[in-house]
Design a protein around this ligand. Structure first.
Ligand SMILES: Cc1ncc(COP(=O)(O)O)c(C=O)c1O
Length: 441
């Protein structure tokens, strides 16, 4: 069965009677006029369709725990939607914990991840009643045990491991290979386990965690990852008589940015994972552990589009045509960071003949601030609304104020209604943290 991550466009996308693109029953040109651009637009039905697919695809496995990787797109509305959908949250900073907590999220359903959690963040996480912590290294084990002791608490922990699996994605988003900044090498696990057993009595070791990378298109890597993890679980059981009940496989399911991408469906992924859990629990004679997954991109990536207004253009004599828009690397760093590609349409002219090759440039003071290179579009006119698809994940969450450009607004659309979920930043907010030392006044 096809799932929305296999499509470029949100599930509600259509061309309306004004000949404009419509998402969630809202005309994108009207949204651009009403809220200004750049604007992130999120289709609620696509988000909920993905969470439903995940729940449905894993429903026959006895113990399953799903968390949304908040890093993909984090704000209080996303926390509300995830709570309603029965998802937990995978959090990786004090700021994400604060956002979840102040949105009213049930903190027992959260997991704290990261390779350099600070003392303050760990203290805050425990004070907020975080559900589980994925411990990344020896330094953190000692730090966390001290903090847990001082708060008189026992903390549920997973150990993050690098399973030595390479997935074929961009090297910046590979995380499971051996020479990687995240997690314990498998050869270090025994030392960590013995420290927990002998010294860190405030840590309750319940399972293993791995995340092999993002934008994964292959089923086999999940299978290989599970084999490595189950082998470890068996070894730990035999050597230490410790039974691990939870296996967190991370996130990573890919989405379709352009026609070249062929992501697998959530059902294909779930089938591979549950079959591997069945097979390896039998092979290694261990009780079936709870499957934890923490998808980010696939939950929210396809649901989001970014709208820009076309501004200046430049035809390089005998060279390229550049069309500039009113945003760029400050609202979407992915093309500059790792050559990410997107599908683009003109929201007010979706059916025009694509007879012009154009490079869409951002407005920032960097030659590398290019959002899309050499794509075919109908001739763009100044004032047109450009729609970049699949920008829902790692767009807003990686946004910056480079050149003191304001962070855009985000709206949620559903059944013809649009609601602001993140206000556009103001100049006052931009400067509110600036301080001029007295001696300069
Ligand atoms: C530990 C961990 N879990 C989950 C995710 C989410 O991955 P994705 O957005 O590809 O699903 C990430 C992404 O970097 C991660 O580092």
């Amino acid at each position: 069965m096809n799932t929305p991550n296999q499509n470029i466009k949100p599930v509600t996308t259509r061309i309306n009677e004004n000949n404009n693109i419509e998402i969630g029953g809202c005309d994108l040109v009207e949204l651009a006029n009403k809220y200004g651009t750049p604007l992130y637009v999120f289709d609620e039905q696509t988000i909920r369709s993905m969470t439903k697919s995940y729940k449905d695809a894993f429903k026959d496995y006895p113990h399953i725990n799903m968390m949304f990787a908040a890093k993909a797109f984090m704000n209080k509305t996303m926390c509300k939607i995830m709570q309603q959908e029965g998802f937990g949250l995978d959090l990786c900073s004090g700021g994400e914990i604060y956002t979840a907590k102040t949105s009213g999220f049930d903190m027992s359903k959260t997991l704290f991840n990261g390779n350099n959690k600070s003392y303050d963040e760990l203290v805050y996480a425990l004070e907020c009643g975080i559900g589980t912590i994925s411990v990344d290294n020896f330094f953190e084990l000692a730090l966390l045990n001290n903090i847990a002791q001082s708060q008189n608490k026992t903390v549920r922990i997973l150990l993050r491991i690098t399973p030595g699996i390479e997935c074929h994605t961009h090297e910046y988003i590979q995380t499971g290979h051996l020479d990687c900044k995240f997690g314990f090498d498998l050869t270090q696990l025994d030392e960590a386990i013995e420290l927990i057993r002998d010294e860190y009595s405030n840590l309750n070791f319940i399972g293993l965690h791995a995340h092999i990378g993002s934008q994964i298109f292959e089923k086999k890597v999940y299978f290989d990852e599970i084999d490595v993890i189950f082998k470890e679980i068996k070894r730990i059981k035999d050597k230490y008589n410790i039974i691990l009940h939870e296996v967190n496989l991370g996130g990573g399911l890919g989405i379709k940015y352009t026609e070249k991408d062929k992501p697998i469906s959530v059902y294909d992924m779930a089938k591979t994972i549950t079959e591997a859990f069945d097979k390896f629990s039998e092979k290694y004679d261990i009780e079936k552990p709870t499957i934890f997954i923490e998808p980010g991109r696939s939950i929210v990536g396809t649901a989001g589009v970014t709208l820009y207004t076309a501004g200046s253009s430049k035809q390089v004599p005998k060279g390229r045509k550049y069309q500039a828009v009113d945003g760029g690397m400050s609202d979407n760093i992915r093309p500059s960071l790792y050559q990410a590609e997107y599908t683009v349409e003109i929201a007010n002219n979706p059916n025009g003949t694509k007879n012009e090759k154009v490079t869409i440039a951002g407005k920032h003071c960097e030659s590398g601030d290019i959002l899309a290179e050499n794509i075919m579009l109908p001739e763009i006119e100044e004032g047109d609304t450009l729609c970049f698809y699949t920008t829902g994940a790692y767009g807003y969450s990686m946004a910056s104020n480079y050149n003191r450009v304001l962070k855009p607004a985000a709206v949620l659309v559903n059944n013809g209604k649009s609601d602001i979920i993140i206000n556009r930043q103001t100049y006052e907010q931009l400067c509110e943290s600036d301080v001029i030392p007295d001696r300069l006044n």
